[in-house]
Design a protein around this ligand. Sequence first.
Ligand code: GLU
Length: 418
Amino acid sequence: MNSPYTNALEQLDRVASIMELNKQTHKRLQLPEKFHVVSIPVVMDDGEERIFIGYRSQYNSILGLYKGGIRFASTVDKDEVKALSFWMTIKTAAVGLPLGGGKGGVIVDPRGMSEGELERLSRGWVKALFDVIGPRQDVPAPDVATNPRIMGWMTDEYSRIAGEASPAAFTGKDVKDGGIVARSTSTARGGFYLLEKIRKDSGKEPGEMRVAIQGFGNAGSFFAKIAYDAGYKIIGVSDSRTSVMSQGGAGFDPYEVQKIKEEQGALQNVDVHDADGAALRVGQPLDVLGMKCDVLVPAAVENQITQDNVENVVAPLVIELANGPTTPEADRILFERGTLVVPDVLANAGGVIVSYYEWYQNINDEQWTEDEANEKLRLQISHAHSSIESIAQEYKSSLRDAAYIFALRALDDALRKG
Ligand code: GLU
């Protein structure tokens, strides 16, 4: 399978030719402006020092400072980080934020680490990259396996080295560290607002919509709960090892699933029943993608819907909460088949939109309520969706191509102005 970066560049090239993108702009967007590789020494609990490899890709800053999360995973590599930072560049431009794109990562399996080791690793990442990040230069945030606590340690380390409190250096912090309440749920909420907009246009009621979600982390678990609270039927969820699925489609309570997952550590031990009393079916992690449902939400990682399994995907609507979950080949097949795919760069942009609100508040010393932030998010993401829909109609293209066209127009304008 192609690397995510190869896929990302293929998306760029395809859209560049559809819209006849300026050649210079196209070339500039084929490489990151800067790519940093650092070694991070960490003293482990047994007293031994281990060296971890960390990355920060600063893809493009023509529209504003570099913005994007930091991922902790054993699968992190240069190409993945580059792809994710390219997608951040497209994402911020597609939703009209005055921000560029960046992404970071560390090659590590955080699951086996103690709290102290994780803290030393997080602080080590900041020490190693201090000179190239900061509130006016590059503002990281959470991504896969990073969270508000980690952002808190990182902000504290940054402030310590800078010699002054710098809450705007990171977003996705706890509220006590200068974070914004709405941020933890915002990736999911942004995707949910788009689902609501599409549902209302279709004239269906929430109770008629069966939702299957692949991935039960920062984005997927909140999406399940928000949709469930609004009356949607959650009929399948999965984690990296297991899918749990409704047998008759009655739907189950994702709060119960989460409670048991937290207690027992894995979905495979989840003993939850459907609303009609039937036990849930337990299957392989990718089984959830093939469920007969009205909405499929990939909310895990890249390259999940591929040429090999796209035939199983029967949902008419796919909302990509993950970054890069669909390969370009699978994407083409879905488009030809008439499946509506709300692409990652729009569907999961709620995260970075509310990150921008958090950064803005920190810089300007303001405090908005959760409702204010959510309402701003709803308006901003809905507006972006409408603009992208019109481009899709104009070009008879997918929403993904349209989102790229919208973003590339903004990047091209800014690049020409220099
Ligand atoms: N990691 C998230 C993303 O992929 C959020 C980035 C941010 O908030 O800066 O969009």
